[in-house]
Design a protein around this ligand. Structure first.
Ligand SMILES: Nc1ncnc2c1ncn2[C@@H]1O[C@H](COP(=O)(O)OP(=O)(O)O)[C@@H](O)[C@H]1O
Ligand SMILES: [Mg+2]
Length: 1028
């Protein structure tokens, strides 16, 4: 970085290696870097030119590295790999140099969650990031610096989550967070009461960072906040006090802001758009405001006039005003995922970075005589004091006469109050600052070191005990927050529970689903045993709910409540069960939980789509548990479950859409259900978390929230009861189809029957002549063809659907859905629906549709916000959920496959067609026989061969494929029979049907092989299952 005064924001991009999940699914690399150029390839259009970008720095950290023994990643000789050191040398060193010159500096990391922001900023293990190396180098430079200069360094660390500022160096933050105020003189915003600690060495900064990270981890675990939605800001102030030539003491100051931004993934990319409720009010406000500020600044720098830069729109942009648009040397590092699946997000990161590089800042050296600073502060103080005394707007003052009607008396009073408050706050801040200046840096250092000593002892102790004593160590979704919290297990009994329990537990935990006496761990003879502390306390060991005393083995996973996930370490008996991986991470622990909910988590042999669905399920499962726990605590009478629903179950057989992960919400009082797309659920979850947070903060309105604002509430919508498929093969032989069809839901459970009829007909809808004969479907080509769809009636099993029933379907390339009218107050509605479909000249596509396609009839039920059952109203959500689970014991026993049901009806249909064809052939055979015997019966003189031959061959030729057809018929009948037998004998158990069918089909991809595991692994993606 040069030291020219007006300089652009320097922008760097960095591409990380593939992670394990990406490797597992065979992700494609879509990023390339060449010199200053970065290219990105759209995986959908591999033949198109990749998009090109250029940046000040481009760091290829995707491959070409070796891992040293200590874990440090270094470049292989000759590779273009950029190590942590290299990144520091370009970016961190520049920051340092500028800080010494007295410029303010800022460093941002931008990118989606998991793209490597924290890796670059903070780093992992021995791969230290820019922040620690810069701090380390800062103190080295101070050591080597001018001895006549006094150096003063302070450190602070804060987090912005949901527009609230939390001091990460403080254990007790006020509810609602710290206030952000503007200094009227400088115009800059600052955080009121933020703890700033004086530091004298890198080790001290390191310890404070650990403290801040631990506080973040505790908060994120207790409040269910997602750390990826938080911005972390580390601020280092660096002052150099020396005498100038005139002998005056001057102070050169630099403020260094190091910002690890929240994940940039947009809510709309998860499909939240279209939700009745807007995205959780503040959840991404700071990040979108940052985007707007950057755009505005880029416009300004591009010469546009009259651009308002909206700094005031969010807490983050207020605090970073100087860093972005003013007096600062600013660097932005954009972290890029290399994987194809992240294309949209990565492209948007590159565009963001591209805009940022247009911003020009005017950094100035902050150097002032020390006396002047103190004098100014005093003067300011006096002025404020005077203002407190007078000069306030008073009713009757200039322009403030209530009589002139501009302002009412109340308004004037309110303005007066506001102003007074403002001045008082400024005065307070000012006095704080004066006090701060009165205390020498040495005194501050001493004070902070004392404080740290106590804390440091505990930290050192942790390091020491880690290798000696058994302990629980935390796991977090964010790798940066994993391995941060330690609970050591003392010999004897240790109690775990809520801190309001009496006697208080030895390990206090807060948060959802933590009981007062949650669990007890006993440690004896080098062995730990854990048992529930009270009935209903939710603990899971290696994914299995804890019901009685269980021995904990080395590296076992322990989940208390919904969020407190730990790994148990026992250095005294460090033998983990076989097949335990040496490094256990969050993903592993989540997979294990999913598996014990009856879900296959092996990814071998899965398609990419299935792996993505699996990832989404693993992501949603803990969120759904959490929302269920909040529903219980707030007594919302709702239960949620993750559902994998096949394209076929949603839009019909042969749907191109793969299986989709959705969340089902059910009203436990009236049985109404809703299906929420992943994005909508995530959005609601943030709102639900916010609501719960308000509840914890003692806000009583939470319990009386109007339904329009309630994230648990949704107006009733029609529910898809199930679908039934009619295959159209019969049409290709101009035969009609008339049958009772089973309506199955997405789990494959039969919900009722549907009576439909599909008949080839005249253009007026009259059935075709009995004699109309199609030998080969090809005969239909080019000719007009009409058929009639008749929906006669239905029968539905569940009484709750009597509020109204209707059917929707689409034929061939229909744009719009055809819908029957709603029939009310019956479970056996007569639809009497007809529709004639006409093809003026049948083409290949339409014929293909007859031969392989089907019509999917979707049966919908009307739901109403009915009067709730009084008996149920008396039960708690917790009791209702337990009851629900007893009635619907999850997927283990019920999981069936709707697509397979389609296979069955397809087969049945084929059988029907073949039977009819067979009948016809028999008729023909008979006809030939008749011709023969007729000929035989004729007198010899009339036995003319020529006409006889013509007759016979006409009939015979029309059945040229007779033999082949017969074989087909027999085979199909055989298959069909076998299958129906299997279905009958299995007594409705879905898993058995699958097995026998698989056996019949000679293998195929593995489905629910052992009949107990759910799986998303299916041949045509037409399977569905549920996980609670
Ligand atoms: N340049 C890199 N080299 C090696 N591993 C990386 C790199 N960048 C990120 N990772 C790994 O990817 C994962 C996610 O990175 P992280 O920095 O935590 O993402 P973010 O902070 O953007 O959410 C971590 O496990 C991290 O170790
Ligand atoms: Mg991070």
């Amino acid at each position: 970085m040069g030291d020219d005064r007006e300089a652009g924001v320097k922008v760097a991009v960095r591409c990380r290696p593939f992670n394990q999940r990406e490797k597992d699914r065979g992700a494609k690399l879509i990023i390339d870097m060449n010199g200053a150029m970065t290219t990105i390839q759209n995986p959908e259009t591999p033949n198109e030119e990749p998009k090109k970008f250029t940046f000040d720095f481009s760091y290829w950290s995707h491959d070409g590295y070796n891992e040293k023994d200590d874990g440090y990643l270094e470049a292989q000789p000759g590779s273009k790999y950029s190590s942590q050191r290299r990144v520091f040398e370009d970016l961190g060193q520049g920051v340092l140099d500028n800080a010494f010159k007295g410029f303010n500096c800022s460093l941002f990391a931008y990118g989606q969650t998991g793209s490597g922001k924290s890796y670059s900023m903070v780093g992992y293990g021995n791969n230290k990031g820019i922040v620690p190396i810069t701090c380390d180098e800062l103190f080295k430079a101070i050591e080597a610096g001018d001895k006549a200069t006094k150096y003063e360094v302070t450190f602070s660390m804060l987090e912005i989550y949901n527009e609230q500022v939390r001091d990460l160096l403080s254990k007790d933050n006020p509810k609602g967070g710290l206030q952000v105020r503007q200094n009227p003189k400088l115009g800059l915003f600052y955080v009121v009461g933020l703890k700033k600690v004086a530091v004298g060495s890198y080790a001290e900064i390191d310890k404070r960072t650990q403290e801040g990270t631990a506080n973040r981890t505790v908060a994120s675990t207790n409040m269910n906040a997602t750390s990826s939605r938080a911005h972390t800001v580390v601020t280092i102030t660096f002052d150099q006090i020396s005498k100038n030539e005139a002998g005056e003491e001057t102070k050169k100051s630099s403020v260094i802001n190091l910002v690890d931004l929240a994940g940039s993934e947009r809510a709309d990319s998860t499909g939240a758009t279209g939700d009745r409720l807007k995205e959780g009010a503040n959840i991404n406000k700071s990040l979108s405001a940052l985007g707007n500020v950057i755009s505005a600044l880029a416009d300004l720098s591009g010469g546009k006039k009259k651009v308002m830069v909206p700094y005031r729109d969010s807490v983050l942009t207020k605090l970073l005003q100087n860093a972005l648009g003013g007096n600062s040397k600013t660097v932005m590092i954009a972290a890029l995922s290399p994987a194809d699946i992240n294309y949209d997000e990565t492209l948007s990161t590159l565009r963001y970075a591209d805009r940022a590089k247009k911003i020009k800042n005017k950094a100035v050296v902050n150097e002032n005589p020390l006396d002047k600073l103190i004098r100014e502060l005093r003067e300011e103080n006096e002025k404020l004091k005077k203002q407190m005394g007078g000069a306030m707007p008073v009713a009757g003052g200039a322009g403030m006469d209530p009589a002139d009607g501009t302002y009412s008396k109340e308004e004037i009073e309110r303005m007066r109050k506001e102003m007074e408050e403002e001045i008082r706050a400024q005065l307070l801040a000012n006095q704080e600052q004066m006090k701060d200046m009165d205390e020498s840096f040495e005194e501050k250092l001493k004070r902070n070191r004392e404080e740290q000593e106590a804390m440091g002892a505990a930290q050192a102790n942790t390091q020491d005990r880690k290798n000696k004593d058994p302990h629980l160590v935390n796991l977090n979704e964010d790798p940066m927050l994993s391995g941060v919290i330690f609970h050591f297990i003392e010999p004897g009994e240790m109690t775990i529970g809520r801190k309001d329990a009496s006697p208080p537990p030895m390990i206090p935990l807060t948060g959802l689903s933590i009981s007062k006496q949650h669990a007890v761990i006993t440690f004896e003879n080098n062995e730990a045993t854990v048992k529930p502390g009270e009935q209903g306390a939710k603990t899971k060991i290696n994914g299995v709910p804890l019901t009685g005393p269980t021995t904990l083995q080395h590296l076992d996973r322990v989940l208390f409540g919904s969020n407190h996930m730990y790994v148990f370490h026992n250095p005294l008996n460090p033998k983990a069960p076989e097949n335990t991986p040496s490094k256990i991470d969050w993903d592993f622990a989540q997979k294990e939980i999913a598996k014990h909910k009856g879900f296959d988590t092996a990814s071998a042999g899965m398609t990419k789509e299935q792996i993505i669905a699996q990832e989404q399920i693993l992501e949603l499962l803990p969120m759904v548990s959490e929302v269920n726990a909040i529903s219980e605590e707030l007594n919302k009478h709702r239960t949620f479950e993750v559902i994998l629903i096949s394209g076929a179950a949603m839009e019909g057989y042969g749907s191109k859409k793969g299986a989709k992960v959705v969340v089902k919400m059910k009203n436990l009082l009236n049985g109404n259900t809703w299906l929420w797309e992943r994005g909508k659920f995530m959005n609601r979850r943030y709102m639900i978390q916010e609501l719960y947070q308000r509840h914890l903060d003692g806000d009583e309105d939470v319990m009386k929230i109007p339904k329009e604002e309630d994230p648990f509430w949704e107006p009733p919508e029609d529910v898809l009861i199930g679908t039934a498929n009619v295959f159209l093969q019969s049409l290709s032989y101009a035969l009609d189809f008339d049958d009772k069809l089973a309506v199955t839901d997405y789990k494959g459970v039969e919900e009722g029957n549907l009576y439909v009829n599909i008949t080839p007909c005249s253009d007026k809808g009259k059935p075709l002549d009995e004699d109309f004969f199609v030998e080969d479907p090809q005969e239909l080509l080019g000719k007009p063809f009409h058929y009639k769809v008749t929906i006669k009636s239905a029968e539905v099993n569940k009484a709750k659907y009597s509020k109204g029933l209707h059917i929707k379907y689409k034929v061939y390339q229909d744009e719009d859905v055809t819908s029957t009218p709603v029939i009310k107050d019956t479970l056996s509605p007569e639809f009497k629906h007809h529709r004639i479909i006409t093809y003026p000249a049948v083409n290949e596509d339409q014929l293909g549709y007859f031969e392989h396609g089907c019509i999917t009839f979707q049966l919908y039920g009307v739901q109403e916000d009915s009067v709730n059952d009084n008996r149920l109203m008396k039960m708690t959500t917790k009791e209702l959920r337990q009851m629900e689970q007893l009635q619907n014991p999850g997927m283990q026993r019920r999981q069936t496959i709707s697509g397979e049901a389609s296979e069955e009806s397809k087969l049945r249909n084929e059988l029907e067609v073949l039977k009819k064809k067979f009948e016809r052939l028999e008729k023909k055979e008979k006809r030939i026989q008749d011709l023969c015997s007729e000929w035989k019966g004729k007198p010899a003189e009339e036995q003319q061969f020529e006409p006889f031959w013509r007759h016979v061959s006409a009939v015979a030729n029309s059945s040229g494929n007779k033999l082949k057809t017969r074989v087909e018929i027999l085979n199909t009948m055989l298959k069909g029979q076998k299958m129906l037998r299997a279905k009958q004998s299995s007594d409705g158990s879905g898993a058995n049907v699958i097995q026998s069918q698989k056996a019949m089909q000679g293998g195929g991809t593995a489905g629910a092989q052992n009949g107990s595991n759910g799986s998303i692994n299916s041949g045509n993606g037409s399977k569905a299952c549920v996980i609670q």
